[in-house]
Design a protein around this ligand. Structure first.
Ligand SMILES: Nc1nc2c(c(=O)[nH]1)N[C@H]1C(S)=C(S)[C@@H](COP(=O)(O)O)O[C@H]1N2
Ligand SMILES: [Mo]
Length: 297
């Protein structure tokens, strides 16, 4: 048996996976259904790095619909009503339709814990609960012309004070290429720490694309539109020189105003090197074979 010196033990090893899952023997899935630990097993993509705390994940946010400071969403997002909620899935699909949030949460049968890194200058490890976007797209059957997927956030200035100002082109829009959207690492997240998603993190349902900079992970989605042509995105419209369509995490390409070589993990003091594709190259690098990722930033 290998006995490690205490200083050789990483903090993440102090709570071995089975014990960790045991503590959560029963937890509320985001549908409010009591799920067994087994049903909420960690996905194979989950990192063993230490998770950020609930407090950190819910009080350091970007959600411009509720203000531009990192503390604004935590303070202001309570005004958003997340029921009733519908997502339209339309465009280049064989079966366009609306999904009520209750039906989407029933995809919770496929729900897993995805303990993933996110990065954009700062970084966190976040235990999402969610399911692959591909599961939803397969239901509506993209046509042969579907080359891109466009996403839209709710437009409701009465509940989203930031939308009364012209900080971005509202509603917030994002897009993915269809193969990126179908990748098993592209998630629709409906929960955090096994609880329903808090408003400031994008309730009731948001995208998580962990190998791209944080802004690609659009919150509070009401429309998923499959297209033949490249979708417009809010950050690209706001500043095309700084924000391209792909936005893959790439430490070798500086943002025009800052280096993207390092990141500060929230809760830590020293910066750490940022990894290509945020450490998910094994899962996604093949999507970009032959592409110049300096031009396609
Ligand atoms: N609708 C909407 N989605 C959004 C944003 C936003 O302003 N509006 N900000 C993005 C940015 S810049 C980041 S870094 C992530 C932050 O997600 P988190 O608060 O859950 O960490 O959300 C992204 N999704
Ligand atoms: Mo961001």
């Amino acid at each position: 048996m290998l006995i490690k010196k205490p200083d050789a033990i990483r903090p993440s090893e102090l709570t071995p996976e089975p014990v960790y899952l045991n503590r959560r023997q029963f937890m509320l899935g985001s549908a409010g259904v009591l799920l067994s630990a087994e049903a909420l097993a960690a996905s194979p993509f989950s990192t063993r790095e230490k998770e950020n705390s609930w407090q950190e994940i819910t009080h350091y946010n970007n959600y411009y619909e509720f203000g531009t400071d990192k503390s604004d969403p935590g303070e202001n997002a309570g005004s958003l009503k997340v029921r009733p909620w519908q997502i339209a899935v339309d465009g280049e699909v064989a079966h366009p339709r609306h999904y009520g949030i209750e039906e989407l949460l029933r995809f919770a049968q496929e729900e897993r814990i995805y303990r993933l890194r996110c990065v954009e200058g700062w970084s966190m490890v976040i235990p999402w609960t969610g399911f692959p976007l591909a599961s939803l797209l397969k239901q509506v059957q993209p046509t042969a012309r579907a080359r891109y997927v466009a996403f839209e956030t709710l437009l409701r200035p009465s509940e989203m004070p930031g939308q009364r100002e012209h900080t971005l082109a509202w509603p917030y829009r994002e897009g993915l290429r269809i193969d990126e959207a179908m990748n098993p690492l592209t998630l629709l997240a409906t929960g955090l720490y096994g609880k329903p998603l808090p408003n400031q993190n994008g309730a009731p349902i948001r995208l998580v694309v962990p190998w791209k900079y944080g802004f690609k992970s659009i919150k509070s989605i009401v429309r998923i539109h499959l297209m033949e042509t490249l979708p417009a995105t809010s950050w690209n419209l706001a500043n095309p020189a700084e924000y391209g369509f792909y936005s893959n995490v790439n430490p070798a390409v500086d943002h025009p105003r800052w280096s993207q070589a390092t990141e500060r993990r929230i809760g830590e003091f020293f910066k750490r090197p940022t990894l290509p594709f945020n450490g998910y190259a094994e899962q996604v690098a093949a999507l970009y074979r032959g592409m110049d990722l300096r031009k396609n930033y």
